[in-house]
Design a protein around this ligand. Structure first.
Ligand SMILES: CC/C=C\C/C=C\C[C@@H](O)/C=C/C=C/C=C\[C@@H](O)CCCC(=O)O
Ligand SMILES: [Zn+2]
Length: 638
């Protein structure tokens, strides 16, 4: 009877679940219209005709905050078709024509909020499988293009000239060029950009000739659309090594050159693990403070936030992370953003391996790798338990993004759960010696391609087909179950033990707090300490203030430390530090810092309105993605 009862219950649950899935599918397809079968975030149909190369010719108009020009898209036709379908967002399309000059009819679908519109181009005759098509689209971007931030001179360090930069990941490329805005498609590109003469134009490509106000570029390695990038400003450069320059406004150039002086060393360590660097040039661009991310792995030219300029090279791990994307993400790419962990989990995993390889003593190297993994575990726990909750489907390693904007799904989960999963697999198959060979083989197999999680799984299982341990992996629990990972590796805790003991002491009511407690800690250990304190009940004000003074937190210039210190102050309801917290979120726009601080301020009922006022006053200076996500954090309407 009991068994029969449970079968019936299972059947009922199964039925309810399926009805929900069906209803959900219809509601999300209604949101997006006809979806790409390859990517829930794109309208385009690359399985019918796929872009192989794009030639862009663009003019930068700072006055009207518009890019205008044309894109010539080269397609390979994969099925007999009468139309092409592309993604656009707020673009004004002037004309579409074939390379023989034939004008083409086009239709722009009803815009879907945050996803843009479907651009359908009618072909005069059926294009047959195997044909090649060249289509020229004349267009202009909107001043509100979600990929672009147009800065007024007073938002730059020099205060004299405007500045423009882009952030296309995940699906903002469609706001600067009509394209198949899905990472399932990879294409090479060339570009010719005109800007006022004193400006430097940079792109995610190799820079060619610069003649008066015209700069040319070429990217010979196929990239997904989210890696298109452009920045235009009055910039300086310094050499960092044989294949690297650092670019910034002149006010930051010396500090930037010092902070990132070890770039070539990281590149060589990365090549030792992953094989040759294929992108020829690896430059860094230090952006104005409103740049929303720590770094963005734009090929040939990583974009970074100036909050990395800590003056102690302690945030070099971000540079190593961006360098590792040259293999995972840029060369081997997730097919759509449901498989984002294939980009980010792998990159974090490699970042920590390469970081450890720079330490000569193997015992210390292992300790350091595990120490950083434990920091990552703290960040994962915060994402799972605070940003979301453990039952939230967005805490799955492979989430369902039908009807969900990837920017809304963004968290540390794909980074840290993904990296932890790879570490679990590495331990299971016998450690680095065997797993490093697998990694190189995986990179070689999928280079210049896009793949999904099933392809990764199949390749791993085939590579290790004789390994019995791999048969014990609970794939469903790792990939499709929400919450923390099912197994946490046995990390070496020798670098965190003393910190946990110190946190324990600080938490005692009679604790004595002195600068001597932290004199031997490096920046990362201090970060660990602050993060552990954030996981505990708020400190009493008196103790908090003593900590700030004795541990040098009040005067730190390291943004990772300042960020956690200010969160501790907010948690302890220290009204005297509110000014510092508002200054911090107004001075820079790195979402890793700004979003949790705003969420903490929102949770403090007495200051909630001040936080909202501060946001509304500063929203106009933020990049689209920051304003968009902060509005949600502060429960404001779009
Ligand atoms: C499962 C997740 C689903 C979708 C996410 C896809 C894209 C997320 C989108 O919001 C763009 C992310 C861009 C990230 C760029 C750089 C980061 O690695 C920076 C990390 C944070 C920081 O250090 O500031
Ligand atoms: Zn990354």
């Amino acid at each position: 009877m009991a068994a029969l009862g449970s079968i019936n219950l299972n059947k009922i649950l199964y039925f309810i679940c399926n009805v929900n899935i069906i209803l959900y599918y219809f509601s999300s397809t209604q949101v997006m219209g006809a979806l790409s079968p390859l990517d829930p975030s794109s309208f385009s149909r690359p399985e019918l005709a796929i872009i192989k190369h794009a030639s862009l010719s663009l003019n930068i108009d700072f006055e009207s905050k518009v890019l205008n020009g044309d894109a010539i898209l080269n397609f390979d036709v994969l099925e007999d078709i009468g139309e092409l379908v592309l993604d656009i967002s707020s673009l004004s399309i002037e004309s579409v024509e074939l390379d023989n000059g034939t004008k083409l009819k086009f239709d722009i679908g009803e815009p879907v909020p945050n996803f843009g519109s479907k651009l359908t181009i009618s072909l005069p005759n059926q294009a047959l499988v195997g044909e090649k098509l060249k289509v020229k689209i004349k267009y202009a971007t909107a001043p509100t293009a979600s990929a672009l931030q147009w800065l007024e001179p007073n938002q730059t360090s020099g205060k004299k000239h405007p500045y423009l930069f882009s952030q296309c990941q995940p699906i903002h490329a469609r706001s600067i060029v009509p394209c198949q805005d899905t990472p399932a498609v990879k294409f090479t590109y060339d570009a010719e950009v005109t800007a006022p003469e004193e400006f430097t134009v940079l792109m995610s490509a190799l820079r060619g000739e610069v003649r008066s106000n015209r700069t040319t570029f070429r990217q010979p390695v196929p990239i997904p659309s989210y890696l298109l990038a452009i920045a235009v400003g009055v910039l300086e450069q310094r050499s960092l090594g044989p294949r690297s320059l650092v670019w910034s406004e002149k006010e930051e150039i010396e500090r930037s050159a010092w902070e990132f002086a070890e770039t070539e060393k990281y590149l060589q360590a990365a090549e030792n693990l992953c094989g040759p660097y294929v992108w020829t040039q690896y430059d860094l661009l230090v952006l104005p403070p409103s740049f929303p991310y720590g770094g963005m792995e734009n090929p040939c030219l990583t974009f970074v936030t100036p909050t990395l300029l800590a003056g102690d090279r302690s945030q070099a791990d971000v540079i190593v992370h961006e360098i590792m994307h040259s293999w995972t993400g840029n060369l081997v790419t997730n097919k759509n953003f449901e498989h984002f962990w294939l980009n980010e989990g792998f990159t974090v995993f490699l970042e920590r391996k390469v970081g450890a390889s720079l330490i000569s003593d193997p015992v210390e190297a292992k300790k350091s790798r595990d120490f950083h993994s434990l920091l990552g575990l703290q960040e994962l726990s915060e994402a799972v338990n605070e940003q979301f909750d453990p039952s939230n489907p967005l805490t799955r390693l492979v989430p369902d993004l039908n009807g969900v904007h990837p920017d809304d799904a963004f968290s540390r989960v794909p980074y840290e759960k993904g990296s932890l999963f790879l570490r679990y697999l590495e331990d299971l198959v016998g450690g680095s010696d065997v797993f490093d060979d697998f990694l190189r083989s995986y990179l070689n197999k999928f280079k210049k391609q896009s793949l999904d999680t099933d392809q990764f799984k199949a390749y791993l299982l085939d590579y290790f087909k004789d390994n019995k341990q791999l048969k014990t992996v609970d794939w469903n629990a790792w990939l499709y179950t929400s919450g923390m990972p099912p197994i946490i590796p046995a990390y070496d805790t020798s670098m965190t033990k003393s910190i946990t003991a110190l946190v324990e002491t600080i938490s005692q009511s009679n604790a004595t707090i002195s600068s001597l407690d932290v004199r031997t800690l490096n920046a990362h250990q201090l970060i660990r300490l602050l993060q552990e304190l954030l996981e505990r009940p708020a400190l009493p004000l008196e103790k908090l203030r003593l900590l700030g003074k004795e541990y040098g937190l009040e005067t730190s210039t390291n943004s990772e430390i300042v960020y956690r210190w200010l969160r501790l102050c907010i948690r302890s309801r220290d009204e005297d530090r509110l000014g510092d917290a508002f200054d911090f979120v107004n001075r820079q726009g790195r979402m890793k810092y700004v979003r949790p601080i705003y969420r903490d301020l929102y949770a403090w009922e007495d200051v909630r309105d001040r936080a909202i006022d501060n946001f509304l006053k500063n929203e106009q200076y933020m990049m689209h993605v920051s304003a968009y996500t902060l509005r949600k954090d502060l429960h404001l309407k779009d």
